[in-house]
Design a protein around this ligand. Sequence first.
Ligand SMILES: Cc1ncc(COP(=O)(O)O)c(C=O)c1O
Length: 391
Amino acid sequence: MTEPFAERVSKAEANPIFEVIKKARDLKAQGKPVLRFDVGETDFPTPENVKAAAKKALDENFTYYTPAEGIKELRQAIAEKLGKANDIPASWEEVMATVGGKQALFNATQALLQEGDECVLGLPYWVSHLEQIKLASATPVLVQTDERFKLRAEDMEEALTPRTKMVILSSPSNPTGAVMDEKDLKRVAALAVERNFWLVSDEVYEPFVFDGKKHFSPASFGAEVRAHTITVNAFSKTYAMTGWRLGYAHAPKEVIKRMAYVQGHSTSHPDSLAQKAGLEALRGPQDSVKEMVRVFEERRNALVARLKKLPGFKVVNPEGAFYAFPDVRGCFGGKVRSGLELANYLVDQALVTVVPGEACGSKNHVRLCYATPVSVIHEAMDRVEKALKEL
Ligand SMILES: Cc1ncc(COP(=O)(O)O)c(C=O)c1O
């Protein structure tokens, strides 16, 4: 056997984040007080009413296969939510429930991309956006974001070619927290119509927008744009449900049909209990979401204030999501020369984990997820400050 692996996976690259996480786990297992700023999930619990809905569904034996697109009630609730919260007039048949936001993206890339196609992605990127383009045998075309990490429509336009089949937007962004400006979103959406490509709008951090900024969904910009747009969202971040694996997509009916084909023949459908929980999350009270976002804005403020004072760090105030993405080139020299080396240094010397920017396409940055109480943020920054002085 000379070629044991399929070409699509033989190109798979080890995610640099795992090295740091493994080190953190080992140190934690040795009883060391490691403070984690790497994983991208909130520390809030899933709301009680959502958990109760899943328990009830379990007691009622709602434990069997569901349609590939999810149960009709949930699809209807998602369609209603899109109408009310995102100004997207949606019918339940244009919506499907998915196994996390990630599978909504996977369904879309598998259904719409193939060899020879190009897919435009902002740099820095979320690693799964990049890898899913490659898994679909298409070619990623990276477009550098501006100094505030905003993807500018004119830069994206320059990257378009006759082969461009898709553009993936992440706003609010993982890893940078940048929120795209309405005018850029509108121009990108207009280009999707003019140049006939699919626009995938990843909105999983939708509620996490700060400083009174507003989130916009491109699919709300009219029927023509909607005919080219796949809107992706999830319960994971908004309702603190990362482990439940529930997300959703909105797209033209014909696209949903093809995406359901991919899902139906891979994971079948999202977990039946999670679907009932998701229904309650959408239909029940939304106070927990508002409270979580308020707390995250406080945390953002606390972390950014500290990062600004760190020697060698340059930070852009992130307007959304729950990440900061400082430029750490000022720390490079003797002991560290890259984000990865700095991340390793901080685990070793400060017992603080951050994601090396290499995982997002930049060796000059690190990513910090601030899903942790303000007191922990201060303790971690005290340790990082001390470690940096010894660099
Ligand atoms: C930008 C972005 N999109 C999608 C996802 C996937 O979310 P889920 O856990 O619902 O699959 C993530 C998770 O980190 C993300 O950061």
